[in-house]
Design a protein around this ligand. Structure first.
Ligand code: NAI
Length: 414
């Protein structure tokens, strides 16, 4: 057994406390976990997980471990690992390679260490494990039957590989299940982005001009919650259809060039690069705050910010202040890394209950179907979404009607 690499094992009890808190609010994952545990579905299999290593993801890792898997966990972002949670997992017998504030080299060392276990299944978040398995770590592919991908950016990277015929094993786009993106990307990001921004800045949102870049699933949630907090919300987009949606949802739509001049708080959620650039920052108001909630820290151009700044200082914990030549100070939260995780605890447990129910079911699906799958990106069958939704709904105490046979025939359903 290879040794774990974590920051401080003595933090385990704090980590256990965090994990048992979320466990209580994840009934869907618990129900699925009990079924998997009873059948020991993953006995003899190694699952490598690259995730934002905090309490909810740790709980998913534990569920898979209890279902018989040898689980190896690594981070998916240098700033999102919680050291106490990592310690708790090691205490529970899982193998972990990750710590908070890893350097780039350490981050990739950890991913490689996870791949040294030659996993049967990978659970990826952002596509870094898949990338390594298709480049420098082809040797670690020998046992792979497939994997799952948690987020939009990772799925975009996978589709790129798939389009070029380069994908070497089947991947399930967990992100693209209804029970994932409709809730996690929208309501999860909506709440946790504001939690991260508010707890880090300790400033008001009410009355502020909030600029939301990208009106996809994450952007919709972020804009919706900003409005609920009393902000005046401006949306920037590149897709004319999403822009119309934003207008009809009651938001102002304009270019970043215009928004930069009037915004107080900027949040990028596009999955694209260079969304806020030097040419925008130079026109920002004194005291403007920038944060990113997209997967990679490429949406706010830090290089251009650093080049144009005449002074750089820690404005507050996890906030860097940059003084511009015109004397304005503009602030960047958590180095432009995804703010809800690098400056918060990520999505609420009840939301990740659905996302990780999808992940657990996706791993099971892979195990049961990999022989029939080709090296493409797949979305789980809708029946699995429905099964997860039924468990969630029941756990929340809601009941809904069901169709009669006659109604099904009327709707031309099987
Ligand atoms: P999406 O594809 O639904 O939406 C992205 C939107 O951004 C699209 O409407 C697109 O037209 C727009 N966009 C692209 N380039 C733009 C630009 N230069 N300027 C303005 N708008 C632009 O994607 P989704 O699901 O909303 O995800 C967005 C990002 O957030 C991804 O990187 C994803 O991986 C990440 N994500 C982060 C989470 C978190 O916890 N912080 C949770 C889920 C996803």
């Amino acid at each position: 057994m290879m040794e774990s690499m974590i920051r401080d094992f003595s933090l385990a009890s704090k980590g256990h406390e965090k994990i048992s808190w979320v466990d209580h609010y994840m009934p869907t994952l618990n129900a699925i976990g009990s079924m998997l545990k009873e059948k020991q579905t993953f006995k003899g299999k190694t699952i490598a997980i690259s995730v934002h290593l905090e309490a909810k993801t740790a709980y998913l890792a534990k569920v898979l471990h209890r279902a018989g898997a040898h689980v190896v966990v690594t981070g998916s972002n240098p700033l999102s690992t919680q050291d106490d949670v990592a310690a708790a997992l090691v205490d529970d017998g899982l193998t972990v390679y990750s710590w908070y504030n890893a350097t780039n080299d350490e981050y990739f060392t950890f991913l490689n260490k996870a791949l040294d276990h030659h996993p049967d299944i990978i659970i990826d978040d952002g596509g870094d494990l898949v990338h390594l398995l298709h480049t420098t770590r082809a040797d670690a592919r020998e046992n792979i039957i497939g994997g799952t991908e948690e987020t939009t950016t990772g799925v975009n990277r996978l589709r790129g590989l798939d389009k070029g015929g380069a994908l070497q094993f089947p991947m399930i786009a967990a992100n693209d299940s209804y029970c994932k993106y409709l809730f996690d990307n929208r309501y999860g990001t909506g709440q946790s982005t504001w939690d991260g921004i508010m707890r880090t800045t300790n400033l008001t949102v009410v009355g502020k001009r909030v600029v939301v870049a990208g009106y996809g699933w994450c952007g919709r949630g972020c804009a919706m919650r900003a409005k609920g907090l009393g902000a005046h919300v401006i949306v920037t987009e590149v897709d004319p259809i999403k822009a119309i949606e934003a207008v009809f949802d009651g938001f102002e739509v304009m270019t970043m060039e215009e928004a930069a001049k009037i915004g107080d708080i900027f949040v990028t959620l596009t999955g694209c690069e260079n969304v806020i650039r030097g040419e925008h920052m130079k026109n920002m108001k004194d005291g403007a705050v920038m944060a990113n909630a997209g997967h990679f820290d490429v949406e706010i151009n830090k290089k251009e910010l650093e080049q144009m700044t005449v002074g750089h200082f820690e404005a507050r914990h996890n906030i860097e202040g940059y003084t511009l030549p015109n004397g304005h100070i503009i602030n960047l939260i958590a180095e432009g890394r995804l703010v809800n995780l690098a400056a918060g605890d990520g999505h609420p447990a009840e939301i990740m209950d659905l996302s990780f129910a999808v992940q657990a079911m996706a791993a099971k699906y892979l195990l049961e179907h990999y022989q029939k799958l080709e090296n493409h990106v797949y979305v789980l069958p809708h029946t699995i979404d429905t099964e997860i939704a039924n468990i969630k709904l029941a756990s929340m105490g809601y009941q809904i009607d069901s169709l009669t046979d006659k109604q099904r025939a009327y709707l031309n359903l099987d």
